[in-house]
Write a new protein. Sequence first.
Length: 319
Amino acid sequence: MISIIIPVYNSEKYLEECLRSIYNQTYKNVEIIIINDGSTDNSDEIVNRYKNKFLKFQYYSQKNKGASDARNLGVEKANGEFLMFIDSDDYIEENTLELMYKKITQNNADMVIIGHKKIYNQEKKIEKYLFDVEERKKFSNTEVLQKILNFEVRGYICDKLFRKKLWKKLKISFESRRYCEDWYPITKYTVESKDIVFINEPLYNYRQHSESSINSSNIEVVRDYNYAVNQIIKYVENNGIKCSNKDKNTFKMLTLCDSIHEFYNINKFKGNKVYSFFDEEKFNFWKCSLKDIFIDNNLKLKTKFSILFWKFKIYHYFK
């Protein structure tokens, strides 16, 4: 059985489509666990309309504590052998659970990773995200960690299926009131997994819209992004995790470039003072040399120039 954990907070615009996509799944042995995280809209009414449609349905309400606490409660209540997390404004293709269940059981794997689509509501644009992998292959934890560090696999919680037994054994939880709260737990789970498999189809539909917290221009998002990056780097380096210095360097450069881009978008009105404000935030908690930037052939030329322009404090001239 798959336990599907859905945190809900003021999702009335999208929640019905989310629940309908689960109800219409070809694989039916599911347990739905919904945590209403203090919604003030009609989300509760929508959930109650679907309660009797599923054989196994748990519904909890709590004061607004954030998605992390809601997911942690869902894991605590889950009875299934496998865990999947779905955001209440997203939806899945009708064969998603069937394909994931077959893949993880037939390969005796610890995790399945699927492709996804990003759906931009305002721009009416869809982007597909697939993997350059051999689908029939079982990947080791070190192979997938390398893909995470190189941004070939992102640390999203929702495009994956997990074994609950391993999740509980590792005592994984999401840190409360954080953005990017899934990145470090996903990395830790990956490192402790034995076999990992992929389904190279865009089965998860990840909606991008202005109401989504992670898409807001918010300095706390940048701070928590860097907090997660620091957690991952410390975990890899302090636990002797097998990965190359090159992959670690690539991860540092890619995340530094992301931080520069987001921080500048928030603070571009500060002109050339933006660099000192960036340093005050201590986002650049590692120092990169010109050699680090130039010898890394995993980095695109655009990424290299962005870091160089920032390093020489001329980034704002090109924006």
